[in-house]
Structures are given as C-alpha cells and as structure tokens.
Write a protein that binds this ligand. Structure first.
Ligand code: 13P
Length: 331
C-alpha cells in the first residue's frame, strides 16, 4: 500500500526524529566549503554528503534528508544512488524545489521566491527519482519598511501554489516562511511579523485547498535580531515562539520543524528543548529541520580531508543526537 501524505508527514516527525537540511544550492555549499578551505566540486560535494548520509546510527535521530537537485541524481562512490543509501536505512529522501529568492519588483531589499513555472513537471520527475517530500523557502527581511504587504502576500501565495502542486504529485510539502534574524529588531517585532506572515501563509494554504494533515511547517523561531542589544533568555524565546504558533498554526498540521537560521548550535538545541520541555500538550510535534546547526560541527571536523571522515561522522551524530533529545525535551 502506498503511504498517504499524512503518513509521510507523520513519519517525518516520528518521536525523537527530525530532518537534516542538506539542500544547499551549488553557490551556498561553495561558501560553506570556502569556510574550511575545501574545494567545491561535484565529487567533493558527493563525498561530503555521502559521509553524512552513511553515518552509522544517524537513522535513530534523522527521519528525512532534504536534498538538492544535484544530490538526488548523484551516486555514492560505490555506484549506489545517494537516495537509496538513505532509503536503505529507513531515511526518507526529500528535495528542495524552489529556484531561490529573487528581488521583488518595486521593493528594494525584499524578495519573492521563484520556481512555480514548470514545477508540476519537475515534481513528477522528483517523485520518480524517489523523493517523498519537498521544500520551498520564502524569505522575509525585517527593516523599518519591510516586510511589505506586497512581499508577505506574494510569498504566501507562492508557498501555497507550491504546496498544492506538491500534494498533487503525492509529495509532502514543507512550507518554509523564513523571517531572517538579520537586523537589530527586538523579539516583539519578530513576534508581530511572524504572526502576520503565518496568518497570511495559512490563509493562502486554505485558499488553495491544501490538505493541512499532509504538510509540515518550517518556520523561524521568534527571536530578537542578531544585532539587537537585548537578547532574551532561552525560556522567553521558547514562550514567544510557542505562543505565536498556537495563535497561527491549525492543529491539523502534524508537525513544525524549525530552521536554525544562524543561531549557534547550542541556541538551536536549547530553544527546541525548552519548548518541548515547557509545553507537553501541543497540537503538533515540534522538531528540527536544521542545516547549519547540524552541519557546522561536522564540516569543521571534516575540513575537506578524507582521513577525517570518521571524526566528521562522530561530530554529525553528536549534533543529531542532541537535537533528537531536544525534540522530546530531554536534552
Ligand atoms: P538553517 O538551519 O541553516 O537555517 O537551514 C535550514 C534550511 O533549510 C534553510 O532553508
């Protein structure tokens, strides 16, 4: 029997598990590799990701991995498709399907995420390649003038159009509206903007008749901007984030998987842990879909060198285990 959208979504937020976001575009992974003075080539990107995917026991903590187009088509060094390397361990392969955030006409410093044209065909191909879920990221910048209504509505509309198409193709959409941590705004501003953005996203999802039981939400946490002099306690971030989600996210959504968004490793784990520890009766699972907060440590341990492979895998497993604990409030 084939799994329903709701089955896949629930499997992705199975107790104690979260998602590894390894869907960096070629440009972004080059920046990450530059930071460890490693060359970014098709083979080095494959070698790095193969190490992550083959880390023994990773499947206790990781339910699914978001891949980039190149990776979904790549084979491991022994010729096994990387998606099969994941599936053989019971890890669900997913795929980032947006084509990136581009300048929004008439709105300096704001973006609209592109990729709806031809998306139906791409989704059908990704389903054939073994993907079971997808991701699309809308990006919102907080400044004195933004986010504008234009950016909020355009990105919510695109997220909902994407989500409907993904479900039509039998793929679970991860709906990711990311309010960036850049700037000096305080937590109140982040909370107000997060509420406005989430309300708009769920209105558009309803308009497009997206089945909420078959999606996951991937939001930012409610947190002060990185340059704000007033940084809040772990408990305050947890309280504000949960309060905002309770106001805006319907109970039919099975899970909320946070992005790390530039938080330190420790912050991303402590905040998730606090939410799950302080609130035990939430309508949805709260877990992780971290990129940097899962990969910064292994990337550093690897440093582009083959001989560091096992140190790299240990560093990754440690971060995955810590965040798995945080997803049950036991870190
Ligand atoms: P970070 O956890 O590094 O923010 O990445 C998550 C992600 O997938 C962003 O789109």
């Amino acid at each position: 029997m084939t799994d329903t959208l709701a089955d896949i979504a629930q499997a992705l937020v199975a107790t104690g598990k979260g998602i590894l976001a390894a869907d960096e575009s070629t440009g972004t992974i080059k920046k990450r590799f530059d930071s460890i003075s490693a060359e970014s080539t098709e083979d080095s990107r494959r070698d790095y990701r193969e190490l992550l995917f083959r880390a023994k026991g990773g499947n206790q903590y990781v339910s699914g991995v978001i891949l980039y187009d190149e990776t979904l088509r790549q084979n491991a060094a022994d010729g096994t498709p990387l998606s099969k390397v994941l599936q053989d361990q019971g890890i669900i392969p997913g795929i980032k399907v947006d084509l990136g955030a581009k300048p929004l006409a008439g709105h300096p410093d704001e973006t609209i995420t592109e990729g709806l044209d031809g998306l139906r065909e791409r989704l059908n191909e990704y389903a054939q390649l073994g993907a079971k879920f997808t991701k699309w990221r809308g990006v919102y910048h907080i400044t004195d003038q933004s986010p504008s209504l234009a950016a909020i509505h355009a990105n919510a509309h695109a997220l909902a159009r994407y989500a409907a198409l993904a479900q039509e193709a039998g793929l679970v959409p991860i709906v990711e509206p990311e309010i960036l941590m850049d700037g000096d705004h305080d937590i109140n501003v982040c909370q107000a903007v997060s509420e406005e953005v989430l309300r708009s996203v769920f209105t558009e999802l309803a308009n497009q008749e997206v089945e909420l039981e078959g999606i996951l939400l991937k939001p930012n946490m409610v947190i002060a901007g990185q340059k704000c002099p007033d940084q809040d306690s772990v408990e305050e971030v947890a309280d504000r984030t949960v309060a905002t989600l309770l106001r805006c996210v319907p109970a039919a959504v099975p899970g909320i998987v946070f992005l790390s968004g530039g938080q330190t490793d420790e912050q991303s784990t402590e905040h998730l842990n606090a939410m799950n520890k302080m609130y035990s009766n939430l309508p949805w699972k709260l877990s992780f879909s971290y990129g940097r907060a899962l990969q910064a440590a292994p990337l550093k341990a690897w440093a582009g060198k083959k001989e560091n492979g096992s140190a790299m895998q240990s560093a990754f497993l440690k971060r995955a285990e810590d965040n798995s604990k945080a997803s049950t409030g036991t870190y």
